[in-house]
Design a protein around this ligand. Structure first.
Ligand SMILES: *[C@@H]1O[C@H](CO)[C@@H](O)[C@H](O)[C@H]1NC(C)=O
Ligand SMILES: *[C@@H]1O[C@H](CO)[C@@H](O)[C@H](O)[C@H]1NC(C)=O
Ligand SMILES: *[C@@H]1O[C@H](CO)[C@@H](O)[C@H](O)[C@H]1NC(C)=O
Ligand SMILES: *[C@@H]1O[C@H](CO)[C@@H](O)[C@H](O)[C@H]1NC(C)=O
Ligand SMILES: *[C@@H]1O[C@H](CO)[C@@H](O)[C@H](O)[C@H]1NC(C)=O
Ligand SMILES: *[C@@H]1O[C@H](CO)[C@@H](O)[C@H](O)[C@H]1NC(C)=O
Length: 281
């Protein structure tokens, strides 16, 4: 009796312990190397607007095991390696909504492509936490806000394509310190300020990224963009208008003085004439 009672209480005590251990191991395993792919995808899905239903495979059931077998997944646009998500490729899928900061939970990502959609909102600074990110293509969307300086934390970044959005602010100088950066395109945005020398010139003096990377930003200036002709023209125009109006007023006052002199001369002459008529010869 006593022995079996002891046995019962032992199993009662160890069961929760074993369960906790199992859960802990499971958690560690599914999050090996940090991050949380499930939190990442459910955060992304919540923030995206999927009017065409391209993300129907991103249902609650599939999201439980985003990578169900090493490299296999049932989720559209997702690629896995060793049970972790390594790329999210969702270009031209008619997606609206925003880029969720939860994307940073996919800590093994090396490629993200949301290009050619209708996404709005800002580029989350949290993306700077993606230490393996090599390609980020968010081009041809409606993204606003500035380019996060934190992106320069992504030391493996090879491709940063942000062209054709509505990004504002200055280009962070620190992006130029990314040694592996081979493609950089911020053309056709609303960026302003000087182009960082670190992005425009190599130490040899040869341009690192040419004009095609920067054109189409009204208030961006500096090499390799041409000198702002408009500003030079407007300065010339102001000088011209100033000089012109000065000359015109000079001319008008000169003419007025001449006319006045002439009129008074004529009046004088007429008076003299009257006098000479009255004067007997
Ligand atoms: C993973 O998929 C491959 C190919 O489909 C299969 O051969 C292998 O047995 C699967 N492994 C597991 C653990 O399910
Ligand atoms: C997932 O991302 C959210 C938003 O950035 C963050 O608050 C949360 O701590 C992240 N969770 C994990 C497990 O990294
Ligand atoms: C980024 O996406 C756009 C639109 O899908 C594409 O035209 C462009 O080539 C991509 N950029 C790079 C560097 O691959
Ligand atoms: C980027 O690095 C800076 C400096 O180390 C740090 O303060 C910042 O939190 C990092 N950003 C991210 C998103 O990890
Ligand atoms: C960048 O290079 C151009 C052409 O090689 C040169 O004219 C310009 O002075 C350089 N700018 C800086 C800041 O070194
Ligand atoms: C700019 O550089 C790219 C390659 O880096 C090249 O394809 C393109 O023709 C260049 N454009 C100009 C205007 O020089």
């Amino acid at each position: 009796m006593k022995v079996s009672g002891f046995g019962n209480s032992l199993s009662l005590c160890t069961l929760p312990l074993l369960m906790m251990l199992f859960l802990l191991l499971y958690k560690v395993r599914s999050q090996s190397g940090g991050g949380d792919d499930k939190a990442c995808l459910s955060g992304l899905k919540t923030a995206l607007q999927d009017s065409r239903g391209v993300l129907v495979s991103w249902n609650a059931n599939n999201l439980l095991t985003p990578c169900f077998n090493q490299t296999l997944t049932q989720l559209t646009g997702i690629n896995c390696n060793e049970n972790r998500i390594v790329s999210i490729l969702l270009s031209s899928r008619g997606l609206g909504g925003t880029v969720s900061s939860a994307l940073a939970n996919c800590s093994f990502l090396n490629m993200v492509d949301f290009s050619d959609n209708q996404m709005t909102g800002v580029i989350p600074t949290e993306l700077g936490g993606l230490q393996l990110l090599a390609t980020l293509n968010l081009s041809v969307n409606g993204l606003t806000g500035s380019i996060p300086e934190d992106l320069s934390n992504c030391t493996y970044l090879n491709v940063l394509d942000l062209h054709r959005n509505s990004l504002t602010g200055v280009i962070p100088q620190s992006l130029g310190y990314l040694e592996r950066l081979k493609v950089f395109d911020v053309s056709d945005n609303d960026l302003s300020g000087p182009i960082p020398v670190s992005l425009a010139n190599l130490s040899s003096g040869a341009p690192r990224f040419n004009i095609s990377s920067f054109r189409g930003n009204k208030h961006l200036y500096g090499f390799p963009l041409p000198l702002p002709k408009n500003r030079n023209l407007s300065v010339l125009a102001i000088v011209g208008i100033g000089l012109g109006s000065g000359l015109i007023s000079l001319f008008i006052s000169f003419t007025a003085v001449c006319i006045w002199l002439r009129v008074s001369e004529q009046r004088l002459a007429a008076d003299e004439g009257k006098i000479s008529q009255l004067m007997p010869e």
